[in-house]
Design a protein around this ligand. Structure first.
Ligand SMILES: Nc1nc2c(ncn2[C@@H]2O[C@H](COP(=O)(O)OP(=O)(O)OP(=O)(O)O)[C@@H](O)[C@H]2O)c(=O)[nH]1
Ligand SMILES: [Mg+2]
Length: 343
């Protein structure tokens, strides 16, 4: 799968995860507004410094404007360096560069005809209100992009950042290697089935478990899928190479009946990807509430610094309920339309 899947890693966190994929042999293009951040990536093959960028200090808007101005160069870099059929854009939702650029860049690349998945990160609960505002805004944008494939979400509430990075990269790589490594007379998973799983729109989860029974695997899926799973959740694919007594019937019973499943077997560990899941509304509401709780302090601090550009955010904060999703907007016609949607 190494020639079929590649990565565009945006911002610092994106770079940290991208680097692990590059070490596994995947093509990765690192994109950042900060030359200093790019300089920390020692053995990176493909780097792109966004023209005019000097870092975005958690300012999403600045990141978006820089991407708009430099999009031709970014697209040309991707075209010349990344040959894979599917690209995963990796970015943290709580910072400036990755959070601002990630959703818009994904949207623009879909418009260019690319097949795009996303890997993004939620801030830990003890991070700043600004990280939470950014994260909520980032998710408001990315959940509106209808043409994306799988969106994997790492939650910094679940552990130490670098451990989360490596745990995810190990599980995702093991999943991509199923067709070449796991063969069973009882059934195989081919590359097309892996790709179909990853093209499904919505949240996706991938786990790798030594547990030899279904309960351990189900627990791992739930932990990664922001359990309790949404009551009205959708599930499109469950794709797994299973070990021991782990069974697809048990997983489906606990997680939901998918449109289709793909399965194979091995003697060591279970690797399972569930895709086409609903986005984690409960966890996103928690992020929204975290911002709301600090509303007065945030307003006071903003007033003190006269940060006028934050006025929209204050409006966003003044709503008592999380903003309801807009009904499906007509598809924008031009690249300019897509860009202006984000500015
Ligand atoms: N899981 C994980 N989270 C990270 C990592 N690095 C940063 N974060 C989280 O990502 C958010 C900050 O995003 P960054 O990627 O550092 O920011 P950036 O995209 O470079 O944006 P600016 O520096 O603000 O321009 C915070 O919520 C951090 O906790 C990482 O390597 N792994
Ligand atoms: Mg940075």
């Amino acid at each position: 799968m190494k020639n079929k899947i590649a990565f565009v890693a945006v911002g610092q966190a994106g770079g940290n995860i991208g680097r692990l994929f590059e070490q596994k042999g995947f093509s990765v293009l690192y994109v950042n507004t900060s030359q200093e951040d790019l300089d920390t990536l020692d053995h990176a093959k493909f780097k792109h410094h966004i023209t005019g960028g000097e870092g975005c200090n958690k300012d999403r808007r600045k990141a978006k404007q820089l991407v708009v101005d430099d999009f031709d160069n970014i697209a040309a870099e991707i075209e010349s360096k990344i040959k894979a059929g599917m690209i995963f854009v990796i970015f943290a939702s709580g910072g400036g560069t990755g959070s601002g650029a990630g959703p818009m860049l994904s949207d623009l690349l879909i418009d260019e005809g690319k097949t795009i998945g996303m890997i993004t990160i939620l801030p830990a609960p003890d991070e700043s209100p600004k990280s939470h505002i950014n994260s909520y805004e980032c998710f408001s944008e990315l959940t509106e992009i209808s043409g994306t494939g799988a969106c994997f979400i790492l939650d910094n509430a679940n552990g130490e950042k670098l451990n989360l990075n490596s745990g995810f990269v190990e599980a995702f790589t093991a999943f991509l290697e199923i067709p070449s490594k796991h063969k069973s007379v009882k059934g195989n998973i081919d590359k097309a089935e892996i790709e179909e799983t990853l093209k499904a729109h919505g949240m996706a989860v991938v786990v790798r478990q030594k547990a030899q029974d279904s309960a351990g695997v189900i627990q791992a899926i739930k932990d990664n899928a922001f359990a309790p799973l949404e009551a009205d959740r959708a599930v499109k694919y469950i794709t797994a190479s299973m070990a021991g007594n782990v069974s697809m019937a048990d997983i489906e019973k606990a997680i939901g009946t998918p449109l289709d499943n793909f399965q194979t077997f091995n003697d060591e560990e279970t690797i399972c990807c569930v895709s086409g899941l609903s986005y984690p509304q409960t966890r996103l509401d928690e992020i929204y509430n975290k911002v709301s709780e600090n509303k007065d302090t945030i307003k006071k601090n903003l007033a003190a610094t006269h940060e006028t550009r934050m006025k929209n955010d204050v409006n966003f904060l003044s709503e008592s309920e999380p903003p309801k999703k807009k009904s499906e907007a007509p598809k924008p016609k031009t690249r300019r339309d897509i860009m202006s949607k984000y500015l």
